[in-house]
Design a protein around this ligand. Structure first.
Ligand SMILES: C[S@@+](CC[C@H](N)C(=O)[O-])C[C@H]1O[C@@H](n2cnc3c(N)ncnc32)[C@H](O)[C@@H]1O
Length: 190
């Protein structure tokens, strides 16, 4: 698979009002169905598009805002994160997070940037609790290319579902969330 990392000089666009209006993180949180008090891993958090709404929804719980890019994490730090956001720099695959410690993981516009997605899914499964949930939202290569990454850098929903199955997840929901982004929600079986 082809992969290309996000350019941090374009980070402002990730937290535009238009993007919030279109992608509706609160609806994603509802679909995920994780109660307040839980721990969510926002992997590839960037400058915090999903991190802040998730922190509000988790209340006394916690959001682990993880990214491999120090420039992106630096932009997130500048936004004065509340106490229940833990910022963590991770490697391409490996994360310094305990086994079986996270209730849900969310990957927004990240999957197509993974170099070896199966390794990432295996690492995510390691940190998820039994029955933990995973939500993935990413660009559809089958849609018209009006914006976003090149078609050659996108991953088909069907491919991501096969990857999830191979990594030991069960897909519970798959849908076309917007006209050019698909969403999958999966359960960690073990
Ligand atoms: C397109 S941005 C999306 C950021 C955020 N999820 C959002 O939707 O606004 C992708 C982010 O994933 C990060 N990233 C890419 N590969 C990664 C990896 N293997 N592990 C963690 N973060 C990664 C990039 O540094 C970038 O911040």
């Amino acid at each position: 698979m082809s992969h290309k990392k996000f350019d941090p000089t374009r980070a402002e666009a990730l937290i535009s009002a238009e993007r919030y209006h279109e992608l509706k993180p609160d609806i994603m949180l509802q679909k995920l169905g994780i109660p307040p008090g839980s721990t969510i891993l926002d992997l590839g958090c960037g400058n915090g598009f999903f991190t802040f709404p998730a922190a509000v929804a988790m209340g006394s719980g916690m959001v682990i805002a993880a990214d491999m890019s120090e420039p992106m994490l630096s932009l997130l730090r500048q936004r004065n994160t509340p106490d229940n956001i833990q910022i963590l720099q991770v490697e391409e695959v490996k994360m310094d997070i305990e086994d079986d410690s996270v209730d849900a993981a969310v990957l927004i516009a990240l999957y197509h940037e993974f170099k070896t997605p199966l390794d990432n899914l295996t690492e995510i499964k390691r940190v998820l609790k039994t029955e933990g949930k995973l939500l993935i939202l990413d660009w559809d290569p089958l849609s018209e290319k009006e914006r976003g990454p090149a078609k050659a850098h996108r991953v088909e929903k069907k491919q991501a579902m096969n990857d999830l199955k191979a990594a030991g997840f069960s897909v519970t929901t798959d849908e076309n969330y917007t006209h050019d982004m698909w969403m999958i929600i999966a359960n960690c079986n073990t």
